[in-house]
Design a protein around this ligand. Structure first.
Ligand code: FE2
Ligand code: FE2
Length: 172
């Protein structure tokens, strides 16, 4: 399991955006959510950083286009709440289909911790389309699905704008 030490992992910072933080403040204090900082998602980006990238970009897009930005912000933060290191998951569990199974796992974990509305639940469950067969039911889910892919690619390429410090300014 890849675990970052404090030295390797600088203090997490959040968007300097009061309205965004108001939408997600309960999630940001949740221990299961915060434990995502222990797991690498892409390159040097942790699951938590990846989810923040997807959440904040989806929030901004949905706000600009009069969609449910609160649901997008919350589902973006929770869409990868599977809580394990997927790099070693197949070896440890025999489950070689993380790409297909983790949305359901994330949804179950999210439901254990938070009350989700239909948009949030469906957006989490279907964010891996087209790898999984069903597209998101709501427009907010489509926004998350696309930003998940864009952010994933940018994180793998280690683009500076997709490192936390480039877009986020307020310490937790
Ligand atoms: Fe995912
Ligand atoms: Fe993701």
């Amino acid at each position: 399991m890849i675990r970052r030490t404090k030295k390797q992992c600088p203090e997490l910072v959040l968007p300097d955006d009061k309205e965004y933080l108001e939408c997600v403040k309960d999630i940001l204090r949740n221990e299961s959510f915060l434990s995502m900082q222990n797991f690498i998602q892409h390159g040097t980006t942790t699951c938590l950083e990846h989810c923040l990238n997807v959440s904040y970009r989806s929030y901004l897009f949905c706000k600009k286009h009069n969609l449910n930005y609160r649901a997008a912000a919350r589902a973006g933060l929770l869409h990868d709440l599977f809580l394990y290191d997927w790099h070693f998951h197949a070896k440890l569990t025999g489950n070689c289909f993380h790409g297909l199974t983790h949305p359901k796992c994330a949804l179950e974990n999210a439901r254990r911790e938070f009350k989700l509305n239909d948009i949030e639940a469906n957006s989490i469950l279907r964010h891996m389309f087209p790898l999984t067969p069903h597209p998101p039911r709501y427009r907010e889910g489509n926004v998350i699905m696309w930003y998940d892919k864009v952010c994933g690619i940018m994180e793998i390429l280690r683009r500076p704008a997709y490192k936390q410090s480039a877009i986020l300014a307020q310490p937790i």
